[in-house]
Each structure stands twice: as C-alpha cells, then as structure tokens.
Design a protein around this ligand. Structure first.
Ligand SMILES: C[S@@+](CC[C@H](N)C(=O)[O-])C[C@H]1O[C@@H](n2cnc3c(N)ncnc32)[C@H](O)[C@@H]1O
Length: 217
C-alpha cells in the first residue's frame, strides 16, 4: 500500500531497491535459489515485519540462514530496507505486499520457521479470518513449513493471545515454548525484540509468547 504523505518515500525505497523482492509470488518454490543459497540452507519468514528491527537482528546473528520479511505498508517497510542497507546485511530480503494467502508465496515445505510479531488483532468476530492465527491460516503455515518447522508468535494483546492458544489447542498443535510474560522467562526469544515489543515492554506491559510445531504423523 502506498503512503504518499511520507517525505521522499520513492527515492528512499529506490536507494535500497536491491533488498526488495519484485514479483514475490514468482519466487515460490525457489527462494533459496533466489538468495543464491544451498538447497539445505535455513529459510525464515516474518509476516508483518513492520520496520524490520527484529528480522535484521536475527539475520545478523545467524548469517548462514536466509530471512524474508513481508510488510504491506511501504512507509513502514522503508525503515527495514534502510536498516538492512545501513548494516550491510546480506541474508535478508523484503516483500512489500499485503498478503491474502501465504501459500501464494511459498511452496510446500519451503520454510524452516515463521515469526508472527504483534500481529494486528482484528478484534471484531466478523474479522476473525484476518487474524494471522486463525485456525485455517495456521494450517496454511503447516503446508509451507518443513515437517519440523515452527511458528513463533508474540503479542501484547491478551484477547488475541487467548484466541490463538485456543486455535493451537483445538488443532492439537505441539506447544514447545509458552509464556505470558516473555521478558521474565528464560526463553531466548526475548533477546530479539521488535519495535512494538520495545514500546510495550518499556511501559511495563507483559509480552505473551508461544512457539509451536505441527504433529508429524
Ligand atoms: C502491529 S504491527 C507490528 C510490526 C512489527 N512486527 C513489530 O512487532 O514491531 C503489524 C504490521 O503488520 C502489517 N500487516 C498487517 N496485515 C498484513 C498482511 N496481510 N500482509 C502484510 N503485512 C501486514 C501491518 O502493516 C503492520 O505494519
């Protein structure tokens, strides 16, 4: 989505264009090839990556893996592009799209992990299908993940977290890590914070966190 009110947005994006993936759906099934990475390299996605702080930190800490951030708002994503450029991060790319169906972008078993951070809560019942943790969407993640692949989800929003845990339990998914107060836990996930996470954590708000995998029959 275009935000014409942000100053110099077009030239700012243009200056970092090599971090932006054009026609991302055409990369489906060939993301590792697109990165010039080995077929057995690890590939991670953050859906709704905002300004890219979390993803850039992960990519820097794990240079052997590849990271894709998808964000629908160009005025937000431009900060991720600029951060990657400033820090000269080689193993990261961004997709500027509002995703309707994530299976349009990734082939079966293509991803090692999916990060959902502070996803929009869509509190109205009639918008349930738009939540990133809606049951049918969780099953789409299963399709594009390797059998042992994970989903990691963080949110400040208690209602969204309760709802998401309900969906995870209803589908009999395998909870690997869970905390209603991530930053008072020992989980490694607290080391990589997002912009929203910092804001809420600084205000003393607890951060909810769950990491789950899918049953392998
Ligand atoms: C609340 S923000 C969180 C941003 C970041 N993950 C963080 O924790 O700081 C949610 C982001 O998801 C993006 N978003 C929401 N729905 C999306 C979709 N369907 N496809 C891509 N991005 C989406 C929004 O534009 C927004 O920037």
């Amino acid at each position: 989505m275009r935000h014409r009110k942000v100053k110099n947005l077009e030239p700012r994006i243009e200056a970092c264009r090599h971090y932006l993936v054009p026609d991302a759906k055409t990369k489906k099934g060939n993301w590792r090839g697109y990165f010039g990475a080995a077929p057995d390299s690890r590939l991670y996605l953050e859906l709704g990556c905002g300004k890219g702080k979390f993803l850039c930190a992960h990519a820097t800490a794990d240079p052997d893996a590849r990271f894709i951030g998808i964000e629908g708002l160009d005025a937000v994503m431009v900060r991720g592009l600029e951060r990657a450029e400033e820090e000269n991060i080689a193993n990261i790319r961004f997709v500027m799209d509002f995703v309707a169906d994530i299976t349009d972008y990734f082939a079966d078993g293509e991803l090692d992990g999916i990060y959902l951070n502070f996803s929009d809560p869509w509190p109205k019942p009639r918008h349930e299908k738009r939540r990133f943790t809606y049951g049918k969407t969780l099953l789409k993640y299963r399709q594009i993940l390797k059998p042992e692949g994970f989903v990691a989800f963080k949110t400040d929003n208690e209602e969204l977290f309760d709802y998401s845990m309900g969906e995870i339990e209803r589908l009999d998914l395998c909870i690997r890590e869970m905390s209603r107060d991530l930053h008072r836990s020992d989980y490694e996930a607290k080391a990589f914070t997002t912009e929203y996470e910092e804001k809420f954590h600084d205000r003393g708000k607890n951060i909810n966190y769950v990491k789950f995998t899918y049953p392998t029959e």
